[in-house]
Write a protein that binds this ligand. Structure first.
Ligand code: COA
Length: 198
């Protein structure tokens, strides 16, 4: 089925296994994917059970892409890591892939940075199967996700990307995101993006 014909619906906790596999199979460049499918599945299971986390999936007979975001305040990397399921998945990943797993601790270090006023949302995941990319599906998922949070009063959105990810940069720019700073993570340059509502 063409990307434009895929059905978009809210993600459910039961989707976490499929989404984790899709993410790790098709996103080798991602820091999280290097921790392995078991870790990503545990993280998504935890996230999709948090009421203020919202996600969408695009599917025909199977899921072809998804997007997930969290209202800030609800989402704390340290809190997630301390949860039993994510914590034990992290220790298993440490055994299998010690290098990237240890470096993932960088994700937990709190960053001191000024936040805009009002309620904010962190975009956490967006990933499509390769053959459904560059056909407007990323835009459809993003538009619907931003619309959901804006209808709930969100004043700003933020997201981090790797500095060489041209596709996601074009997508974010099309929605009015701007780069607010850069930083290093796992030895790579990252860009921090922000979109203010209104
Ligand atoms: C990033 C991603 C979600 C974008 O979704 P998409 O459906 O491919 O993008 P769209 O077709 O909706 O296009 C959005 C914009 O990006 C541009 N774009 C798409 N693919 C591109 C590419 N490979 N290089 C440069 N620009 C690209 C489009 O031209 C469009 O820009 P425009 O509005 O100026 O015309 C998708 O490519 C993907 O899953 N990539 C792998 C996962 C990933 O990198 N996730 C982000 C991690 S932070």
């Amino acid at each position: 089925m063409a990307a434009s014909e895929l059905l978009i619906r809210p993600a459910r906790p039961a989707d976490a296994q499929v989404l984790g596999d899709l993410y790790t199979q098709h996103l080798y460049a991602s820091h999280l994917a290097k921790l392995g499918p078991r870790f990503v599945r545990a993280l998504l299971t935890r996230l999709l059970n948090v009421p203020t986390v919202y996600g969408l999936v695009a599917e025909d007979e199977q899921v072809r892409g998804f997007i997930v975001a969290a209202a800030l305040g609800a989402f704390s990397p340290t809190g997630l890591a301390l949860s039993t399921t994510v914590g034990s998945a992290w220790f298993r990943a440490l055994w299998r892939r010690p290098g990237p797993t240890l470096r993932s601790l960088e994700l937990l270090l709190p960053r001191r940075e000024a936040r805009p006023q009002g309620a904010g949302v962190e975009l956490l995941f967006i990933a499509l199967e390769p053959r459904y990319r560059a056909a407007g599906l990323g835009q459809r998922l993003t538009a619907e996700l931003l619309g959901h949070f804006q209808s709930e009063g969100t004043r700003w959105f933020e997201v981090s990307t790797q500095a060489d990810n041209l596709a996601v940069h074009a997508l974010l720019q099309a929605f009015g995101f701007r780069v607010v700073r850069d930083y290093r993570l796992f030895g790579r340059t990252m860009w921090r993006w922000r979109k203010l509502v209104g």
